[in-house]
Design a protein around this ligand. Structure first.
Ligand SMILES: [Mg+2]
Length: 414
């Protein structure tokens, strides 16, 4: 798609993502200092802290016992990764309504190409609506930064968190950076920051002035890559085709840790077939086929076995997979109790015949139909029939504790 409108790019970052989801889901946690963490482990680390805890100095990555010293009333909430992944996917889908081209940078961050708009005001209106919908559906907030340089957009989204909305019009980049603390630049780590401050540069504005006055001093102290980073801040344009370019994946895999160990050939094969189908669906989404297959099994005693094979022919269908998988599994599995299974396709190439068939054509490829159903109803809305009698899989794959409206409306049962 041609994106020839305005030159701006937005960076969007959810505010205290995991902690906000927990607070929105449980009214008892609202307005209180909470830390999302792996409960029950002696050395748990804070994965996400609410703003009430952040105000007292609690940060992500901090050991929980240290966080409690800073914030004695801190409440620990158990981390629930599947729930956050699910919410993230739904939010990214919602964000596709702002612009057809987005780049997901992490579970709670994305860049949005605004070249789809011809006026900045229209793009900003869409973001106001997005922020409103986000609050309505999930009870959380996000911060948005809009500039003509992706690095600056990231700095801008961070500038007035939480629930921030910072727009830096083209030409005003220097004025904006003048008061931004050096430590807020992505890529400037703790050691560089200490050194910068000891040399008297507290803000990005001061570093940029020195860069223009005496670049050699900065080069001698911090090296070439630091200068590259500083230079990238001064750019007031970016190549959107390069920045938003989609790299084809090098491998596609799915793995699953089961909440009970499974034994028996038929059950192990069902799980493997389910994962194989997921892998084939994803290959199909990229219109790719594979000439390499890896099967990975982890047993109840924690030991694992892996087998990788370079194949003589290409895999692109569930049928191809089910012909090879039993043989591969049986060469590494001797009846042990299985805890986790993983299937990965690698050595990927673009399919030569990637034509789209019509829904009404008699010879329609079943994979095309499956992909269409998934596009419409979401991932995991279609399963191979032979795993229907395995409730275990459905339990571990679906988020079970999503109990407020925003989720229920979107959940697809199978
Ligand atoms: Mg965030």
């Amino acid at each position: 798609m041609k994106m020839t409108g305005i030159e701006y790019v937005a960076h969007i970052d959810m505010d205290a993502f995991f902690a906000s989801i927990e607070q929105a889901a449980n009214p008892c946690l609202k307005g209180r200092p909470i830390a999302v963490t792996g409960i029950g482990k002696r050395h748990s680390v804070v994965t996400s802290a609410s703003y009430e805890a952040k105000r007292l100095g609690v940060r992500s990555g901090m050991p929980f016992f240290q966080a409690v010293k800073l914030c004695p009333g801190l409440m620990a909430v158990k981390v629930q990764s599947r729930k956050y992944e699910y919410v993230s996917r739904e939010i990214m889908k919602m964000l596709s309504g702002v612009s057809p081209r987005i780049m997901v940078a992490s579970i709670d961050e994305a860049y949005v190409d605004l070249g789809f708009y011809t006026k900045l005001e229209e793009a900003l209106k869409s973001f106001i609506k997005f922020k409103h919908d986000l609050k309505e559906s999930f009870g959380i907030t996000a911060s948005v930064g809009v500039t003509v340089n992706p690095v600056l957009s990231k700095i801008a989204s961070d500038y007035s968190k939480p629930n921030g909305f910072v727009v830096v019009k083209k030409g005003l980049e220097r004025a904006f950076l003048k008061h931004v603390p050096s430590g807020d630049v992505p890529g400037i780590g703790r050691h560089t920051l200490i050194k910068l401050e000891s040399m008297g540069y507290k803000t990005v504005g001061e570093v940029l002035e020195e860069f223009e006055r005496n670049p050699l001093r900065l080069y001698t102290a911090f090296g070439n890559s630091f200068l590259g980073l500083i230079q990238s801040l001064t750019k007031n344009s970016f190549s959107r085709e390069i920045f938003f370019r989609e790299e084809p994946p090098k491998s596609v895999g799915h793995s699953m840790t089961l909440s009970v160990d499974i034994t028996g050939r038929e059950l192990v094969m069902r799980v493997a077939n389910f994962l194989a189908a997921r892998v084939v669906y994803r290959l199909g989404r990229y219109s790719m086929e594979s000439a390499g297959l890896t099967v990975h099994l982890r047993y109840s005693d924690g030991k694992s076995r892996r087998l990788s094979k370079r194949l003589g022919s290409m895999i692109s269908s569930i049928k191809d997979m089910t012909e090879i998988l039993p043989w591969m599994i049986e060469s590494i599995w001797k009846g042990e109790a299985v805890r986790a299974v993983g299937i990965t396709c690698w050595n990927l190439t673009k399919k030569r015949r990637g034509q789209q068939l019509s829904l009404f054509e008699a010879k329609r490829n079943p994979l095309e139909t499956a992909l269409e159903i998934e596009r419409k109803f979401g991932e995991y809305s279609i399963f191979p029939g032979n795993i229907l009698f395995l409730p275990e899989i459905r339990r571990v794959e679906k988020p079970s504790d999503l109990h407020y409206q925003g989720f229920c409306r979107r959940q697809v049962s199978c």
